[in-house]
Design a binder for this molecule. Structure first.
Ligand SMILES: C[S@@+](CC[C@H](N)C(=O)[O-])C[C@H]1O[C@@H](n2cnc3c(N)ncnc32)[C@H](O)[C@@H]1O
Length: 477
């Protein structure tokens, strides 16, 4: 009986979806169980099948709807439901914002357990679609076949795709017709390259066999339309330089930087490889308004592998929030931890005495120095190193104690050693910018014995997804 039950899929009928939870999943709580359900909306009533059972929660798949939530809207993208990219397109934007705000509160309450003032209303994104300035597509000789295309025989060219990895599948690619995240030029470039290379019989990469010429396509752009295209190939084939790249350059005069990379490694990382410029400039230049009125626009040089916030319009809102929280008087020494290409350091430099930016990618530090020069900024200094190693007493002795620390770590948050050092440094103010409220709450809880949380401001950088950026102002008790 037990065995039979195990084999039979567990069905749950007439279940109401009650929340929007972690990783973009919706949540149902039938019979005190927590069930995560993708592509559902709070207010939906569904029948579902339990597809995974974990100790503390189940995962469900919707079989049929009895009621559709009032919070729903029509997703723009035809790939919604398969592509892992924008899982909240079916939720009206005002509800997306509400759940992001709630996500910050839930993490602060459940993980943080420290006191904090009412969270300020989330700052919404001006652009709801087409807001990303960087997308990486993958070529595959084994694209994912949707139900309609599964039957029948296929020629090898029918199996070629250029798009995004399906969630959890390293070797299967969802062929993308139109992505709503980056400007339409990006779609046109990708489709033209796919059509040309299929017609000319270029081989596409097979991640299992590790063969096939074309691997990845990276498209980056700036707010004013500069566009960088990087073709990544497994080996150097003369057709790249003699045929494909000339075709791309001739078809899209809008491209301001055209590059290629030969990546013969197993992984897709290109930061450690030599990037060849085929045509145009070796970088893009993004601009951002200075936080000081009447100052010239700030300029940021973005090389092919440099980090830049992917929603440039919202980046300015995020930085302005941090700037306003810092309330600089002009005489402060500021540490900008996890500085990347020094964007925040350069953004605030004219309002403070000095900024020290720290980051572990050496190329990013080189870009940060260039960005200071480009903007005529002389009061910044940048240091390359792992934060857990370089932020120590020796550094404080060498550079001096900061009046303000801005910290913007990756999703994993700060290493415990970094927090230990922050506790030793005791800067009067810390501004903690985070793309993961869970690790932010964990870290602030460790700082809470000596810091009060004075303000919390979520910012929406990624509409149509569950991701939320959050800025917290901490003051020494
Ligand atoms: C969220 S980004 C912030 C970048 C920058 N503040 C900005 O707004 O453009 C986090 C940065 O931390 C850097 N990073 C990650 N782990 C690090 C570590 N252990 N030590 C130093 N930097 C690190 C990454 O390379 C990345 O540039």
């Amino acid at each position: 009986m037990g065995q039979k039950n195990r084999r039979q899929p567990q069905l749950m009928e007439n279940v109401e979806i009650v929340g929007a939870g972690s990783e973009g999943m919706a949540v149902a709580k039938p019979d005190q169980k927590v069930v995560f359900v993708p592509f559902a909306a709070p207010g939906d009533v569904v029948d579902m099948q339990v597809i995974r059972k974990k100790k503390n929660y189940f995962e469900g798949k919707i079989l049929q709807f009895h009621k559709l939530s009032d919070q729903r809207t029509t997703p723009e993208c035809s790939h919604f439901g398969l592509c892992g990219g924008c899982k909240w397109q079916h939720l009206e934007y005002k509800f997306q914002l509400q759940y992001k705000q709630q996500q910050v509160k839930d993490n602060f309450d459940r993980i943080g357990k420290f006191d904090y003032p009412p969270i300020l209303p989330i700052l919404q994104s001006e652009l709801k679609y087409f807001y990303r300035n960087k997308l990486e597509f993958t070529f595959s000789g084994r694209k994912w076949l949707t139900d309609g295309a599964l039957s029948g025989t296929h020629q090898p060219e029918d199996l070629k795709g250029l798009g995004f990895h399906l969630p959890g599948m390293f070797d299967r690619i969802l062929d993308i017709e139109k992505c709503y995240l980056q400007t339409d030029l990006s779609n046109h470039i990708r489709l033209a390259i796919k059509e040309f290379t299929i017609e000319k019989n270029y081989s596409y990469y097979d991640a299992r066999k590790q063969d096939g010429l074309l691997r990845n396509l990276l498209v980056r752009n700036t707010s004013d339309g500069q566009t960088m295209v990087i073709v990544i190939a497994l080996y150097n084939d003369e057709r790249l330089q003699n045929e494909l790249l000339p075709f791309i350059a001739a078809s899209f005069p809008e491209i301001t930087s055209l590059m290629y990379v030969i990546n013969g490694k197993k992984n897709d990382q290109i930061t450690d490889l030599s990037i060849q410029l085929f045509a145009g400039k070796p970088y893009l230049t993004e601009t951002m308004a200075s936080p000081i009125a009447n100052e010239p626009l700030l300029q940021f040089r973005i090389g092919p592998v440099s980090f830049y916030q992917t929603n440039a319009v919202q980046a300015e809102i995020l930085y302005k929030t941090a700037f306003d929280f810092a309330n600089f008087k002009g005489n402060e020494f500021v540490y900008d931890l996890y500085t990347g290409t020094g964007t925040i350091a350069n953004y605030i430099a004219r309002s403070v005495k000095k900024v020290l930016g720290i980051e572990y990618i050496e190329e990013a530090i080189a870009d940060a120095v260039t960005n200071s020069k480009l903007n005529g900024i002389q009061n910044t200094e940048f240091l390359a190193g792992d934060m857990a190693v370089v932020l120590n007493d020796e550094l404080i002795r060498q550079f001096g104690k900061p009046d303000v620390i801005i910290t913007d770590p990756p999703r994993a948050g700060m290493h415990p050693k970094v927090i230990e050092n922050l506790i030793r440094i005791k800067a009067p103010r810390i501004i903690y910018i985070s793309c993961n409220p869970a690790t932010q709450a964990r870290d602030i809880a460790l700082l809470a014995p000596i810091y009060d949380v004075k303000a919390v401001q979520p910012v929406d950088m990624f509409p149509q997804t569950h991701h939320v950026e959050n800025v917290a102002l901490l003051e020494l008790k």
